[in-house]
Design a protein around this ligand. Structure first.
Ligand code: AMP
Ligand code: GLY
Length: 427
């Protein structure tokens, strides 16, 4: 089978790495990919929003499976585009319909879904410019800190957590009246603050059956001890020590099962990943958000732990036979440390020469923002540049291996967080 994977980040390198191991995969294409994905298949220069170009490529190269890494093409309806085109409808698409992708594309839609299906989440209400006075009244019924969320996609920046009421009111005005996040904040979800520790749970579903993939914890802030600006993610570990059997049973019964049943009850066509962002509030799981794709950098610690053939799993998902699939997970701990360009997540430089990746032997090296220059040298090409993932029997050893590998890779301005996973060691 020929497979086309869409995306260009560390997530896609990790997915490509696993797909390339499958005897079922004849040719793997990655669009557009990065310097690292070249080791797993063939990079093709097609933009993820250029559906006609994707179609042409799929037909010319007898692609039988499309795996969608990021959310944007899903929210734009790529799964429906394939399903509704007689020349493409035979292609297995791993990624939900546009309707399903609304679980990530609209926070209000996701909250209504959770409410309708009795899935635990923070108390909330949604407002528009026309209901601004009611929004202010609702804010006053909540205790600080106040959580304001732009309804639409805002590149991970659309959530504000604010300590005092006057500032929360001012930001609410900014979002609804001054389009702080453009069209994404024409509707705002205001919700109760949940206090606890976060984790990410991943599910692969065919719309009826599901497989629970390993859970992970990611580290979003740029600075040590979760300080400073939010980033795309500075590292991840899997499994999450506090997500023990009893906790994961609650997650499955209270959240995963009603989510998959809810998709069916609402006639939502869904074959793909559900990424459930959870808060563990005193031992009880609450949904913070749904994403309709894998997480980045969670994938870089989750996917390497999957021992089963992922192309076969995807085939089962596409055929509606996930109940017959076998999922084998490596019980070891995986720890991923992301290396970023100096200045990230604010302005940063691209084009710095990267050295030393060939000296890493104890870890997997996943590329994110990298490319080869005209002289075939590896250079930085994004904020998150490269991550390393290591396995060990415990978290402490996995982290030690990853930090030792990080020390072997260099470029001007390289930065990473040296406290990834530390909070979990001291629990
Ligand atoms: P989201 O984009 O919905 O994942 O929100 C971004 C981040 O804001 C989450 O990862 C949480 O750290 C935080 N957050 C979102 N909603 C809440 C909430 N209701 N209570 C506490 N923290 C939240
Ligand atoms: N690591 C969080 C995300 O992928 O959205």
């Amino acid at each position: 089978m020929n497979i086309l994977l869409l995306g260009s980040g560390g997530r896609e390198h990790a997915i490509a790495y696993k797909i390339a191991q499958s005897p079922k995969c004849q040719q793997l294409f990655i669009a557009p990919g990065n310097a690292g994905t070249k080791a797993c298949g063939t990079n093709v220069d097609i933009k993820n929003d250029d559906f006609p170009a994707i179609k042409q490529f799929v037909l010319e190269n007898s692609v039988q499976m499309l795996v969608v890494g990021p959310e944007a093409p899903l929210v734009a309806g790529i799964a429906d585009f394939f399903k509704n085109d007689p020349q493409l409808s035979h292609v297995a698409v791993i990624g939900p319909s546009k309707h399903g992708a609304t679980l990530e594309g609209s926070k209000d839609f996701a909250k209504q879904f959770m409410q309708r299906h009795g899935i635990p989440t923070a108390r909330y209400q949604s407002f528009t410019k026309d209901t601004l006075p009611q929004a202010v009244e609702f804010l006053k019924t909540l205790n600080p800190p106040y959580v304001l969320k732009a309804d639409g996609l805002a590149a991970g920046k659309g959530v504000l957590i604010i300590d005092n009421l006057p500032q929360a009111e001012a930001e609410l005005h900014n979002m609804l009246e001054n389009a702080k996040f453009g069209n994404a904040s024409s509707k705002v979800v205001i919700e109760e603050f949940l206090s606890g520790i976060e984790l990410s749970v991943f599910v692969l579903t065919d719309g009826r059956h599901y497989k629970l993939l390993p859970s992970a914890k990611d580290y979003k802030r740029i600075g040590e001890h979760d300080t400073g600006l939010n980033t795309g993610g500075m590292g991840s570990v899997s499994p999450v020590p506090f997500a023990d059997k009893a906790f994961m049973q609650k997650v499955e019964q209270r959240i995963v099962v009603p989510t998959v049943q809810g998709l069916q009850a609402d006639n939502i066509d869904y074959c793909g990943f559900i990424f459930i962002g959870l808060m563990n509030v005193a031992g009880d799981p609450y949904v913070i958000e749904y994403n309709v794709r894998m997480g980045d950098p969670e994938t870089e610690s989750v996917f390497p732990r999957i021992n089963s053939d992922v192309a076969e799993l995807f085939q089962h998902a596409a055929n509606g036979t996930l109940d017959q699939a076998e999922l084998q997970i490596n019980p070891q701990t995986a720890a991923c440390v992301m290396m970023v360009a100096g200045g990230y997540p604010e302005s940063y430089r691209k084009g710095d020469i990267i050295t030393g990746t060939e000296n890493v032997s104890e870890s997997l090296v996943f590329h994110a923002g990298t490319k080869l220059n005209a002289d075939n040298q590896l250079i930085t090409n994004g904020g998150r540049v490269i991550c390393v993932t290591s396995f060990a029997d415990n978290l402490e050893q996995a982290l030690a291996k990853s930090f030792s590998s990080v020390d072997k890779i260099h470029w001007d301005g390289k930065f990473f967080r040296s406290d990834i996973g530390q909070d979990l060691l001291n629990l």
